[in-house]
Design a binder for this molecule. Structure first.
Ligand code: ADP
Ligand code: TZD
Ligand code: MG
Length: 585
């Protein structure tokens, strides 16, 4: 334990407050016990003043502590842990910048409805409030408020058990999200009598209560569904999170309604099932008369309910969040409740109703699927000989291997790397795809891969664009340090979108989109003791991935693509190439 003063901070004094008498406990002891009481078994974070001892105490008392190189990645891991397990993931950060680095992930979790709790040590209150320049002083609580689903500050050790239960409930109940728990250094280091502390703990009852929908809402939805001629179900990541694969299967089996998954809804029902309309997105948007949104928002990923959507489509929205309804488009039949309860109720209501679906609706979608699938297969085959490889060639090599390993969790980020991977790789199991999701952010890859591997014990393959990997690459070392069964596959096309951008000024500086086409990312993996591969052909990629998955050891595959592989998608309307030319001097 450090006793030296760091930057004039007060925290070294905290270090001396670990109780020497068994009947005394610190705020840190109480916090660890409170976390264990609500079932937290894992904590992701990065330590330093004032939370180092807290992490040690957690580790000593049986909470697994996974230490990272950057808090953002620890936060992405906590969020993914929450999403995959249905219990809030926990992130531990130090004050000021550590807190802010982690807050990025907490904000992202809130946007994506992932349950997590960021616990951050914060500097002593009084000098912060008087702006007196204390070590790592920042009014973290007020900064977090705008970005987290909820924020709480604990100033006294006797409030910790209540604070932890409140943070837990806020993270998981209703629409899940990221919760911030500010624990002041003073509170962490405060000493209490052990017997008094014992009296603070309680068993919280029903931490994630069911929220069944109103009967009349279900009746309205069932009537509308039964009358539908061309119905469809859109399965979002809310459905994956809510673990309603059985209910959705039953609804689909009993009604024969086709389904269309959102990116992380893939696998809730099999992508390759007979009623999967994965390839018929535009047709559903244009022709479906009744669409059930099951844990999916009509946000930008669904054109906010406009664009290609027919103005006549009616929506039944199953969601836990009432304010989501009518957000972008009027919802004819809102069903507010937890998805499991809502689907149970809808299935029950449908059992006494007959569907009136057009006989030709499903066969026409199936015919379109067949046609698109064979065109897609031809496209992959067409690229099989491409040298250097492009995104499709590489994915053509990866596809059969992932199909043979359906229980591997896929993490995916990039631009072309994201879109093409999503389109190529079928998912057959729920909660097996984690990607950059609602905000389309880069920099979730290593954290999410680690969270997925730690939370589930399953093997993980992260398919990363070279740019995307750069945001979190240093935490590949965390994969190695913890010996996790993660294979990182980097699609190196030398840039953001591709590596053929041209600097319009003609100077020797690279274009804004250009990165490092000749980089050997495999060497980076070598530095941390991973098994590494540098591959230039589909056959080598295929062998490398097969071996890497089978090994269940940290592995990194650097996939060399051509610099011209990938299309640029980074233009907004007025910054199109023609406009850029106009502005070029
Ligand atoms: P996608 O990006 O896959 O379309 P979104 O993140 O946009 O999914 O939407 C997920 C939706 O699921 C959110 O509106 C959220 O409120 C909802 N949701 C999350 N958990 C539940 C639950 N247990 N029951 C019902 N709805 C839920
Ligand atoms: N910064 C953050 C945090 N998120 C972002 N989404 C971006 C920047 C902008 N951006 C994209 O939207 S995709 C992308 C960036 C930088 C990277 C695309 O390049 P890649 O994938 O190498 O990861 P491809 O295969 O070359 O397209
Ligand atoms: Mg790239």
């Amino acid at each position: 334990m450090a006793t030296t003063q760091t930057g004039g901070c007060q925290c070294a004094k905290t270090a001396a407050t670990t109780p020497t008498y068994p009947q005394q406990v610190t705020g840190m002891d109480i916090l660890v016990r409170a976390l264990k009481n609500v079932g937290i078994d894992t904590m992701y974070g990065l330590v330093g003043i004032p939370v180092t001892e807290l992490a040690y105490i957690a580790q000593q008392r049986g909470i697994r502590f996974v230490g990272f190189r950057h808090e953002q990645q620890a936060g992405m891991a906590a969020a993914t842990h929450g999403y995959l397990t249905g219990k809030p993931g926990v992130l531990l950060t130090v004050s000021s910048l550590g807190f802010m680095n982690g807050l990025t992930a907490t904000a992202n979790a809130t946007v994506n409805c992932y349950p997590m709790i960021q616990i951050s040590g914060s500097s002593v209150r009084e000098p912060i409030d008087l702006d007196q320049g204390n070590y790592e002083a920042l009014d973290q609580f007020n900064v977090a408020k705008g970005l987290a689903k909820a924020a709480y500050r604990v100033n006294r050790p006797q409030d910790i058990p209540t604070a932890v239960v409140r943070a837990y409930r806020a993270a998981i109940s209703g629409r899940p999200g990221g919760v911030y728990l500010d624990v002041t250094e003073t509170c962490l280091g405060a000493i209490m009598d052990g017997a008094d502390a014992d009296k603070l703990f309680f068993d919280a009852v029903d931490l994630c209560p069911a929220m069944p929908p109103a009967t009349e809402a279900v009746t309205r939805a069932a009537d509308m569904l039964a009358a539908a001629k061309r119905p469809a179900i859109i399965i979002g990541k809310g459905a994956a999170f809510a673990r309603v694969e059985e209910q959705l299967k039953k609804l689909v089996d009993t009604t024969g309604i086709p389904y269309l998954p959102m990116s992380m809804g893939k696998g809730v029902l099999p992508d390759n099932g007979p009623l999967s309309a994965l390839s018929c997105r535009s047709t559903i948007m244009q022709q479906a008369d009744v669409v059930i949104l099951a844990g999916a928002r009509l946000n930008w990923l669904l054109s906010r309910g406009h664009g290609k959507w027919s103005p006549d489509t009616k929506f039944i929205q199953l969601d836990i969040e009432p304010t989501e309804i009518d957000c972008n488009r009027p919802i004819a039949a809102p069903v507010i409740g937890d998805l499991a309860s809502s689907l149970d109720a809808l299935i029950a209501a449908m059992s006494s109703r007959k569907m009136s679906m057009d006989q030709s609706w499903v066969p026409s979608l199936q015919a379109e699927t067949k046609d698109k699938n064979s065109k897609f297969a031809a496209r992959l085959a067409d690229n099989a000989a491409a040298q250097p490889m492009n995104h499709w060639t590489a994915l053509g090599a990866i596809k059969p291997i992932m199909a043979a390993n359906p229980d591997v969790i896929l993490v995916n980020e990039g631009a072309n790397t994201l879109d093409d991977t999503r389109d190529t790789l079928d998912m057959t199991l729920p909660r097996h795809r984690v990607d950059c999701a609602t905000w389309a952010i880069m920099g979730m890859g290593m954290g999410s891969a680690i969270g997925a591997a730690v939370a589930t014990g399953k093997s993980v393959v992260a398919i990363e664009g070279d740019s995307a990997f750069g945001f979190s690459g240093m935490d590949f070392s965390t994969i190695c340090r913890y010996g996790l069964p993660v294979t990182v596959v980097i699609f190196n096309n030398g840039g953001i979108y591709n590596g053929i951008g041209v600097n319009p000024a003609g100077t020797s500086d690279p274009a804004p989109t250009t990165l490092d086409i000749h980089a050997r990312y495999d060497k980076l993996g070598e530095a941390f003791g991973a098994t590494t591969y540098y591959v230039t052909t589909p056959a080598d990629l295929s062998n490398a991935l097969t071996e890497a998955i089978a090994s269940r050891k940290p592995s990194l595959i650097d996939v060399q693509l051509g610099a011209d592989s990938g299309k640029e998608s980074g233009h907004i309307g007025f910054l199109n190439p023609a406009a850029l030319e106009k502005f070029t001097v």
